[in-house]
Design a binder for this molecule. Structure first.
Ligand SMILES: CC(C)(COP(=O)(O)OP(=O)(O)OC[C@H]1O[C@@H](n2cnc3c(N)ncnc32)[C@H](O)[C@@H]1OP(=O)(O)O)[C@@H](O)C(=O)NCCC(=O)NCCS
Length: 265
């Protein structure tokens, strides 16, 4: 294992034996925790989230070869919630949330009916955490009673640079009870400590007082806005962007290079 990613530019002029030894040293060989196949990743990827080249599931590359890759640390349990993948049986709770026009006030989305929810759940089942530019949905389930009261999304914009965008939506009946704050705190920990990501970002409509307050209170940096960049329900809307870096939360891991070790740019 570990030989197929040897970069010719780096190894040019070396003998085959020396090349193989260097390549072996630079790779971690382990087993995918999902499909059980052997896989091999550059040593710089250790501790970072990657996709299995065989089954495409996301896992965390272990520090030592010969081990089993670490499964993504889901579900997440908070004081009042279980944050987990969506499942087919969530359709009724999602319908309650998604049929509410008010929920879409600041987005160009439209309410979904039962068929729309079922189609969405069927396609969501194929999305992996690291699928680029695809929202990976997590349901917010009440520990008390098991009702699904909302969802969060993580969207890997750039797996190599370890960056995600995230978003959140709660059933109106459960808003203003601190569930979003509780979820964001857990997701920041999941992203920075669990997955060792570099940066998370989110945006909301400039008129969305709840969204603005949520990201500010969670400690995300207000980075800027795109003026009238979306057409929402008959008018141009401005998007305000927020972000946080790993070094804001864990100063020691802030300067880690992207998985694979290459400089961005
Ligand atoms: C934004 C949203 C997720 C907030 O959820 P929530 O569970 O009600 O938020 P919380 O109860 O954790 O409150 C977070 C902060 O926002 C404030 N807040 C919540 N709703 C608010 C509102 N309508 N107006 C002003 N502030 C509001 C809270 O007071 C709290 O601030 P505080 O700690 O200073 O009191 C929820 O309103 C929602 O789902 N909206 C529709 C989807 C959306 O707009 N998502 C945001 C874009 S990603």
């Amino acid at each position: 294992m570990g030989l197929w990613l040897a970069a010719p530019a780096v190894l040019g002029g070396r003998g085959a034996l020396e090349r193989d030894m260097i390549a072996e040293d630079n790779f971690v060989d382990f087993t995918c925790p999902y499909c059980g196949d052997p896989v091999s990743f550059p040593r710089e990827s250790a501790g970072f989230v990657q996709a299995c080249p065989n089954c495409t599931e996301s896992f965390i590359v272990p520090d030592d070869g010969g081990a089993v890759g670490r499964a993504i640390p889901l579900p997440i349990t908070t004081a009042r919630l279980v944050i987990r993948r969506l499942a087919a049986q969530d359709w009724q709770d999602l319908l309650e949330l998604m049929a509410d026009e008010e929920f879409f006030r600041y987005t160009d989305g439209v309410p979904l009916d039962e068929d729309g929810i079922l189609r969405w759940l069927a396609s969501d089942a194929h999305v992996k955490l690291t699928t680029p530019d695809q929202p990976f949905f997590l349901g917010l389930e009440l520990q008390d009673g098991g009702k699904l009261i909302g969802y969060a999304t993580l969207n890997f914009t750039d797996p190599q640079w370890r960056q995600v965008n995230f978003s959140l939506g709660l059933n109106r009946k459960f808003q203003r009870q601190g569930y979003a704050r509780e979820t964001v705190a857990a997701l920041l920990d999941f992203c920075f400590r669990g997955l060792k990501l570099h940066r998370v970002a989110s945006w909301c409509d400039h008129r969305n007082a709840a969204g603005l307050r949520l990201w500010e209170k969670a400690g995300l940096r207000r980075e800027g806005e795109f003026v009238k960049n979306r057409w929402v329900h008959g008018e141009w809307a401005t998007s305000v962007w927020f972000a946080a870096l790993a070094e804001d939360y864990f100063p020691s891991q802030g300067q880690a290079l992207p998985a694979g070790g290459s400089e961005p740019g």
